[in-house]
Design a protein around this ligand. Structure first.
Ligand SMILES: Nc1ncnc2c1ncn2[C@@H]1O[C@H](COP(=O)(O)OP(=O)(O)O)[C@@H](O)[C@H]1O
Ligand SMILES: [Mg+2]
Length: 335
């Protein structure tokens, strides 16, 4: 196939906050995906989505499929920008559509859908100004996060909140820094899990990945904060969580966790690939934190490939499976 790989590149820019480009992809990841597709016999053109010439690229160059990993920059719906453009031009692309991407980027909106589907998600409240009264039903400790970010942007150890004073000041600070509403959630103390789903004809739930932060205690971080994600594996900083894939779960909990992720994938309307973040409570109830329809695909660093490897796939299998799933879907929808 003739494939265009659309991406937003991680940049060095000292004038921006340190986590500004965290969601974007490194040249290393972009090259790894292009090389994987190349080895499978596809012709790949890498296309920077952050350029005015994006529209003219697609009107001038006919491609069979777009492999989309672009996170976008510009709006509350930034991950939908490339898919919306491609829909207008009737060009097929991998992964979720503009609607599912916009929904998944909005954590509170996603949680409302999960609630309606009876999928457990931590109790929450949205703060627009920081002056709202705290819902008396919410129990400390709480965690606060910008409602429209990913890659742990704006999520620091200080976002773990044990009292009302602290809550108000951190919420106001996040609203000011990220210029958006803030989600306040009950903190679920148990195991951290993430669940990968791949579709190709039928949905496959990959072996569950457990991230154990107890081995990173020296760093002072104890959940997937921005620092933990950004510098994962850095021994000097003690940011060394331990990964278990498959996760250490009894078989009925494992089944429940996988089923919860699959129901989440379907409820949000994801296609081809997704990664659902889950925390288990003391009774082994899986609480869905969020779903990522554009999970990181760095062959060494990202969590999604770890799960694919545990399922016996090679990196190239993973990448091509996303492409073929999108191709299959297009064929069914267009006869
Ligand atoms: N309600 C919660 N209970 C416990 N930990 C949480 C909760 N919400 C977020 N976290 C921690 O913060 C991390 C990032 O939160 P998440 O909602 O997945 O946002 P992001 O889009 O930045 O990945 C999670 O992986 C988890 O470690
Ligand atoms: Mg997450």
């Amino acid at each position: 196939m003739n494939v265009a790989l659309t991406y937003n590149l991680k940049k060095e820019d000292a004038t921006k906050p340190e986590d500004y480009f965290s969601e974007c992809d490194s040249a290393k990841t972009i090259d790894a995906i292009a090389a994987a597709l190349g080895r499978r016999g596809h012709t790949v053109h890498s296309v920077d989505a952050d350029q005015p010439a994006l529209v003219s690229y697609f009107t001038k160059n006919r491609v069979d499929m777009v492999f989309n990993i672009a996170e976008g920059h510009r709006s509350r719906f930034r991950e939908s920008e490339v898919p919306a453009l491609l829909e207008c031009l009737d060009i097929p692309y991998t992964g979720s559509n503009a609607f599912a991407l916009a929904l998944a980027l909005n954590k509170a909106m996603t949680k409302r859908i999960l609630r309606a589907e009876n999928i457990p998600t931590p109790a929450f409240q949205v703060f627009e100004t920081g002056d709202e009264a705290l819902d008396p039903q919410l129990r400390f400790p709480l965690i606060v996060k910008p409602n429209l970010e990913g890659s742990a942007k704006g999520i620091r150890r200080e976002n773990f909140i044990t009292g009302p004073q602290e809550l108000r000041s951190r919420v106001k600070e996040l609203i000011r820094l990220y210029r958006q509403e803030v989600l306040v959630e009950e903190f679920i103390e148990g195991k951290e899990l993430t669940v990968g789903i791949l579709e190709n004809g039928k949905a496959t739930v990959l072996p569950v990945l457990e991230i154990d932060f107890s081995t990173a205690r020296d760093s002072g971080e104890f959940f997937y904060s921005w620092r933990m994600k950004e510098f994962q594996g850095d021994r000097a900083q003690g940011l060394t969580p331990t990964f278990y894939c498959p996760a250490r779960l009894d078989s009925s909990t494992e089944r429940l966790v996988k089923d919860t992720a699959l129901r989440t994938h379907r409820a949000i309307g994801c296609y081809d690939i997704s990664r659902t973040d889950i925390r288990l409570d003391a009774h082994n109830v899986p609480y869905v934190l969020e779903i990522n329809p554009l999970p990181g695909l760095d062959p060494k660093e990202s969590n999604f490939p770890k799960m694919a490897y545990a399922a016996g796939m090679q990196y190239d299998d993973l990448i091509e499976s996303v492409l073929l799933s999108a191709f299959q879907r297009r064929k069914i929808n267009h006869g």
